[in-house]
Ligand binder design. Structure first.
Ligand SMILES: O=C(O)CCC(=O)c1ccccc1C(=O)O
Ligand SMILES: [Mg+2]
Length: 357
């Protein structure tokens, strides 16, 4: 077994303004596994504090992973032998429970390697019963004054998006209400979501929902991640994002959400996210898969996670255009409000390793 790590740094073309500040660049690490039979799996860790560990912690965790996998070439019943034999290195994965981005890299590399061996696309390996050509995606509209928000929303609608997510919570509540009303008036046919990134008090969140709740499919993370009682008490449709990263899926159920935002990078990997999508559906909760503005490897894997969900709703996967450059070619391009689902073996991004320098 070989295990190699390669760092990368991707600037955003279009920094994303949110209530938590601006996302300006995405630094991460690729992990490449090559089993003794020559099969390859590539994973990506692109940490984002607030959802995952910090970069330094992620880097050390992955350095440890590669050390364990290399060292074990010569010693006993080992993690690399487990992988070569087609099993999961459970102890190694468990060591990464507190570093979800690092765990994502290993989980994705393993899933890619195994799906490639089985000669199926990753979304079929995740259990999709039917072939899927594409999945619906939302456009992501950052914080900006009302006029600029409407202009951006109109550009997205003209490009074929019929679902938009607008960032809120970075300015006065009355200004956000005005922004949402202006977008809803300008684009009555478009499904609208708002994402407050945990910015509000209970009173503010309820005021927002009372004002524009009926024009929105839901408001994402209106309250701080751990205010489960407050979230449960809100009248109006609510989706949870930061709460899942902070308290986990099962505890988040106490907040009684209408939808859950599943970010594979924050949840320890695409296989975890895929399992949680099924759990959500069992609970009558709508799963929505999104990236943390990841590189091509993780973004493509998130598209596969979405493609394995029957009749998936629009997902937050149209994030390639926020990046100035990427790890490799985009094999899950977005057009007309949908992302193409790759049909090759595994994630389909094994070449990405060679592209990046
Ligand atoms: O959901 C989307 O449309 C794109 C992803 C997104 O908004 C996001 C991207 C990076 C970090 C946090 C978030 C978020 O959902 O809060
Ligand atoms: Mg969010």
């Amino acid at each position: 077994m070989r295990a190699d790590i390669r760092p990368f740094s991707l600037p955003l073309a279009d920094p994303l303004e949110t209530a938590r500040g601006t996302v300006e660049r995405r630094d991460g690490l690729l992990l490449r596994l090559e089993a003794d039979d020559g099969s390859v799996g590539v994973g990506e860790a692109t940490p984002l504090p607030g959802w995952t560990e910090h970069y330094d912690e992620c880097e050390s965790a992955l350095a440890e992973v590669s050390e364990v996998l290399r060292a074990s070439n010569t010693s006993g019943e080992t993690a690399s032998e487990e992988i070569d034999a087609g099993a999961d290195p459970d102890d190694l994965l468990a060591d990464l429970d507190s570093t979800p981005a690092a765990r994502h890299a290993l989980d994705l590399a393993l899933a890619d390697l195994r799906a490639s061996r089985q000669r199926v696309p990753l979304y079929r390996y995740f259990g999709a019963e039917n072939p899927a050509k594409s999945v619906p995606v939302n456009a992501t509209v950052g914080d900006a004054p009302a006029e600029a928000t409407v202009a951006e929303a109109e550009r997205a609608a003209a490009a074929g998006f019929d679902c938009l997510k607008v960032k809120v919570g970075a300015r006065q509540l009355s200004a956000d209400v005005e922004r949402i009303e202006a977008v809803a008036d300008a684009l009555p046919e478009v499904e609208l979501r708002a994402d407050a990134n945990a910015a509000w008090t209970r009173e503010q969140a309820q005021q927002f929902l009372d004002a524009v709740g009926d024009r929105l499919a839901y408001v994402e993370q209106p309250l701080p991640a751990t205010d489960l009682a407050g979230l449960a008490s809100l009248a109006g449709p609510v989706a949870l994002d930061e709460t899942l990263a902070e308290v986990g899926f099962e505890d988040a159920l106490d907040a009684n959400p209408d939808a859950v935002i599943l970010k594979p990078m924050a949840l320890g990997g695409p296989r975890e996210a895929s399992a949680l999508a099924s759990r959500a559906r069992e609970e009558g909760i709508e799963p929505v898969v999104t990236t943390t503005i990841d590189g091509a490897v993780a973004r493509t894997a998130a598209v596969h996670v979405a493609a394995a969900i029957p009749d998936v709703t629009a997902c937050g996967l149209a994030t390639r255009k926020l990046l100035e450059s990427d790890l490799g070619p985009d094999i899950a391009p977005v057009a007309d409000g949908r992302a193409v689902v790759p049909q090759g073996e595994g994630n389909g991004t094994a070449d990405t390793w060679g592209h990046h320098d």
